[in-house]
Design a protein around this ligand. Structure first.
Ligand SMILES: Nc1ncnc2c1ncn2[C@@H]1O[C@H](COP(=O)(O)OP(=O)(O)O)[C@@H](O)[C@H]1O
Ligand SMILES: [Mg+2]
Length: 317
């Protein structure tokens, strides 16, 4: 991955985000030759960049995370100088199809904000409509309040948030939205709300409540992965587990991903999760084959062959 702001020098990683010596940001981005010692306070960014580096693609999101870091950091500096510091809310909207890394990134952002003292715990509470919406009047406000309470100090991540706006005026989903909006104001700096969902549905959701759009200043797009990116995601997952694909298996997966991407609807094809599921099933199939063949040498144990591959038939999962 291209990380122009970092450089290695004698095993030390430096960040020149706040360098005063450079003449312009552009210069620094192009010439990463002036080693700067890493100010202690940028360790958080370094660690998060390393974690983000293990994710395939997502260039826009990686850039945004850096920008948020810089923005928070500079605001703290301004505060110490008695200058006005923007108190912008950090609530976010993640738009993208299933399996494009939204939950993964939300977790990483929680960690970053913990390291930056923006959040006191940095944990992630994942919720969906059923966790917020109750069955009788007053129940929804109570459930939503309880959830916000659990998320204090961390991130409340609401998946398929647009489903809260579905039922219209009479639906308790509206009550959940109103309660959330109220807590976002009251506990502005105690938790971060991330609403996630498909792009189009989220756009529609925002139009339902005129106050919503401005409350989510940070919008991240999570595009679908190309076949090459999906292959790379798979390769990293296998590497992590110490497995390899035979040439045949690699070719077969690639062909299968092409077909799956083209035949399943964009909302049904679950990107990274799809790859993970295929690989996990295939690993179990390989174990079964090895058992039957009674072959356990190192190469056998490492290699997933084409006839081990277990594809998901007709479903996105
Ligand atoms: N860019 C990526 N690089 C590596 N793995 C990824 C990437 N995006 C998604 N994954 C993997 O795909 C799976 C689904 O990701 P997840 O964050 O749960 O997606 P979402 O919340 O958008 O449905 C996880 O196993 C995750 O590790
Ligand atoms: Mg998710």
């Amino acid at each position: 991955m291209d990380q122009p702001m970092r450089m290695k020098n004698n095993g030390q990683i430096s960040i020149v985000l706040n360098s005063q010596k450079r003449s312009s940001v552009k210069d620094t981005l192009r010439h990463d030759s002036v080693p700067q010692s890493l100010p202690q306070e940028h360790v958080a960014l370094k660690e998060i960049e390393e974690e983000l580096g293990s994710l395939v693609g997502m260039e826009e999101m990686k850039k945004m995370v850096k920008e948020i870091y810089a923005w928070i950091y500079v605001n703290k500096k301004r505060e110490t100088m008695g200058l006005k510091a923007g108190k912008q809310a950090l609530h976010m909207m993640f738009k993208g199809n299933p399996g494009t890394g939204k939950t993964t990134v939300a977790r990483i952002i929680g960690k970053l904000f913990l390291k930056m003292n923006v959040l006191s715990k940095g944990h992630l509470i994942e919720a969906e409509r059923a966790d917020l919406v109750g069955e009788y009047i007053g129940h929804t406000a109570q459930k939503t309040r309880d959830l916000v309470k659990k998320a204090l100090g961390g991130i409340l991540f609401i998946d398929e948030a647009y489903s809260l706006g579905r039922g219209g005026e009479k639906d308790f989903g509206k009550e959940a939205i109103d309660t959330l909006v109220k807590h976002m104001e009251d506990k502005q700096h105690e938790f971060i709300l991330i609403l996630a969902g498909y792009s189009r549905e989220m756009e529609h959701f925002l139009t339902l409540n005129p106050g919503l759009q401005s409350r989510f200043p940070l919008v991240f797009h999570f595009p679908d992965y190309s076949v090459d990116q999906l292959m790379e995601i798979g390769r990293r997952m296998l590497e992590e587990k110490e497995y390899l694909l035979s040439h045949d298996a690699e070719r077969k997966i690639r062909e299968h991903l092409h077909t799956a991407k083209n035949t399943l609807s964009p909302m049904a094809f679950s990107n990274g999760r799809y790859v993970r599921n295929v690989l996990e099933k295939s690993i179990r199939a390989q174990a079964m084959r090895l058992l039957m063949e009674n072959c356990f040498d190192r190469h056998d144990l490492l290699t997933i062959r084409s006839n081990d591959l277990m594809f998901n038939r007709g479903s996105s999962e």
